[in-house]
Design a protein around this ligand. Structure first.
Ligand code: SF4
Length: 394
């Protein structure tokens, strides 16, 4: 079979040795596991319980619009029997999880490794080399070890392909374990709305999917599970944004934008979180805090602005009842946007970077890049012309 996989546009290797196949399959299984953990919000035990066939292709609806893939599987947390004892086998989750495209691909890869209706991480199939005949899914400790091995392998590949920036750095908080992905997903959704394009779309889309509480069955699940994790991260991110805005105002920076008054009020009212120890009760407080329409601040490092989110003003068309904007679809001219002098400086720096890129880019893309840079400078100029101090705005 020809090698088709590519890293940085080059074939990822020239050939696969027969004796390497098992190890590569192990890493492929781990990669699929990571994608499922990272992009569904499922708990580790829930991912371990997924079976082949759990995510069928849904086909189009009556209007021929493609429907979302759904994962039907078991959940375990808070599952108790009539006597109030936890049920270790869990139960089928009433509301399915939504699977976005990379997750569907990962599940399809795992389905090719195991038999129909078998656990996707079945020990018998994924540990066939050792022939230990274990039943059930691979254990958590085994999967954690596989993630560590996968990181080592990825780093070797990154070095071999001359891509040191792709190396997974050593983590000061210790090895990457299964339980960390869920929280990290929430962190990215709350704080990196405008990272790399692919990630921005992925995480932005995930918020829409996970946040569709009113438009999908997720709404009936109150705010438990991933929603409360998301709420906590979003509230902490909003508090950090408010604190940063206060610091900038205190340093004498000016503010512009239609929501400047509201943003000042929000910055003054939002408490500062000095630490990261989050008690269980915080989830409810976070949800209440986010429900205040118009006074919660969302940093948007991609659009270089702060969004003082008021649903009725929002041009990014958030869902009915949404408590956060669709920042990955932020539109110019929105009544919720504000900018500080720092934003104006960063806009100009970005414009200079784009101009440099344009100088080495053929037409007509180069021309488009220069137009983009000019627009960023015009936005910075508009800020300078309209910006006022906090005292003048008060
Ligand atoms: S369009 Fe408006 S509401 Fe939406 S993210 Fe941008 S500033 Fe916020």
């Amino acid at each position: 079979m020809p090698v088709t996989g590519r890293i940085n546009r080059r074939p990822w290797r020239e050939h696969i040795d027969f004796y390497e196949a098992a190890e590569l399959m192990r890493h492929l299984g781990t990669a699929a596991l990571i994608i499922c953990l990272y992009l569904t919000g499922m708990r580790p035990q829930e991912v371990q319980a997924m079976r082949s066939g759990c995510c069928p292709d849904p086909g189009p609806d009556e209007d021929a619009t493609p429907r979302r893939h759904l994962i039907r599987s078991r959940h375990f947390k808070n599952v108790i029997n009539d006597d109030g004892h936890p049920v270790s086998a869990g139960e089928d989750r009433e509301i399915p999880w939504v699977a976005i495209t990379p997750v569907v691909h990962a599940i399809r890869v795992l389905e090719r490794m195991v038999a129909q209706d078998e656990l996707l991480l079945s020990a018998a199939h994924h540990d066939f080399q050792h022939g230990r005949g274990h039943h059930g899914a691979l254990k958590k400790s085994t999967l954690n070890r596989r993630i560590e091995d996968f990181v080592v392998w990825v780093n070797q590949k990154a070095e071999a392909h001359g891509l040191p920036e792709q190396v997974v750095p050593a983590d000061p908080h210790g090895a990457i374990r299964m339980s960390r992905f869920r929280r990290t997903l929430a962190w990215h959704i709350a704080r990196r709305p405008g990272g790399l394009i692919a990630l921005a779309i992925q995480y932005g889309h995930m918020r829409t999917v996970l946040d569709a509480r009113t438009s999908s069955g997720y709404g009936s699940r109150s705010r438990r599970g991933i929603h409360s994790v998301l709420d906590v991260e979003t509230a902490l991110a909003a508090a950090d944004t408010a604190a940063r805005l206060r610091d900038r105002i205190a340093a004498g920076e000016k503010i512009s934008g239609p929501a400047a008054h509201r943003a000042l009020t929000a910055a003054a009212q939002t408490p500062r979180f000095e630490g990261r120890i989050v008690p269980k009760t915080f989830a409810k407080k976070a949800a209440k805090f986010l429900a205040q329409d118009g006074v919660v601040l969302f940093d948007n490092p991609d659009a270089l602005l702060i969004c003082a989110f008021k649903r009725d003003n929002a041009l990014c068309e958030p869902d009915l009842g949404a408590t956060a904007p669709r920042q990955y679809d932020c539109r110019p001219g929105c009544g919720n946007a504000i900018r500080t002098d720092t934003h104006a400086r960063l806009l100009r720096e970005r414009a200079d970077e784009i101009d440099k890129l344009a100088a080495h880019t053929p037409e007509p893309i180069g021309k488009r890049l220069r137009t983009n840079a000019d627009q960023l400078r015009a936005t910075a100029d508009a800020h300078d012309a309209a910006a006022q101090t906090a005292e003048a705005l008060a």
